[in-house]
Design a protein around this ligand. Structure first.
Ligand code: ADE
Length: 249
């Protein structure tokens, strides 16, 4: 997958993209990230990229010309059909489903918003999508763009060691992940649940399903409303809910 990032701070991307799985994905040719300095496309003497808002008010707004020019000159005809995603706190919430959708694209462009905001014409005429990584405000879209690249990259075929790892993690099917343990079986007196040491794969599978459902119900009941559950999971969830109601009485 080819990711074009348009930003005023390309240096921010150095650390996160040069370690661990993203580094390996790039070395293996599964991911290519091209960073584009928007300021290089401002043609006035001071290379100005922002200006005061019309109508007054605090903060500076990212001007349209440098960003339009950057995107159009870098992408040219490749722009046609490519998702152009503006990162901003006003976007649709970035979820695992959005990550899966983007992972199917051969190329995407990410536009990093500016601390003061962007000229509305960028949002309306240049971006095809607008995403927020959560209900809080960052100093700019750069960290959000890194989060999107990270979450999307690990879904690309071959990026993770085993394809299974991505299929089983939290949110993959709309549920939180079950608790995981490794050696030793007893640490400071705290034991690994017996069933995981039993070697009984059926029992382990059932335990994990129940744990996933319980954890999601306790921590993120909002996710359960949208999760696609098998009839068996639905039955287990009803049991859990009945059990919980009994305890509350
Ligand atoms: N820029 C500033 N805050 C942001 C957020 N929460 N998500 C995406 N981009 C942002």
């Amino acid at each position: 997958m080819l990711v074009h990032v348009f930003t005023l701070f390309p240096e921010m991307f150095q650390g996160p993209f040069q370690a661990s799985i993203l580094k390996r994905a790039q070395a293996g040719g599964l991911l290519e990230v091209r960073l584009h300095q928007v300021r290089d496309h401002a043609h006035d003497r001071h290379r100005i990229v922002d200006d005061a808002p019309y109508g007054g008010g605090p903060g500076m707004i990212l001007k349209p010309e440098p960003l339009f020019e950057a995107v159009e000159s870098v992408l040219g005809t490749a722009l046609r059909g490519m998702p152009v995603v503006l990162l901003s706190p006003q976007g649709r919430l970035f979820t695992q489903a959005e990550a899966q959708r983007l992972a199917r694209e051969p190329a995407v462009a990410l536009l990093c918003g500016h601390y003061g905001g962007v000229d509305e014409r960028i949002r309306e005429q240049l971006a095809t999508d607008e995403l927020s990584i959560g209900d809080y405000v960052l100093t700019g879209g750069e960290l959000a763009a890194m989060v999107v690249v990270d979450a999307v990259s690990r879904l690309l075929p071959g990026v993770l060691g085993s394809e299974e790892a991505a299929a089983q993690d939290s949110h993959a099917r709309g549920l939180l992940q079950y608790p995981q343990y490794t050696r030793p079986p007893v640490f400071r007196g705290w034991k690994v649940p017996e069933v995981l040491l039993s070697g009984d794969h059926g029992a382990v599978g059932r335990w994990r399903t129940v744990q996933s459902l319980r954890r999601t119900q306790e921590r993120r009941p909002d996710l359960l409303e949208r999760a696609s559950l098998t009839p068996e999971e639905r039955r287990l969830l009803d049991e859990l809910q009945a059990h919980r109601q009994q305890e509350e009485r």
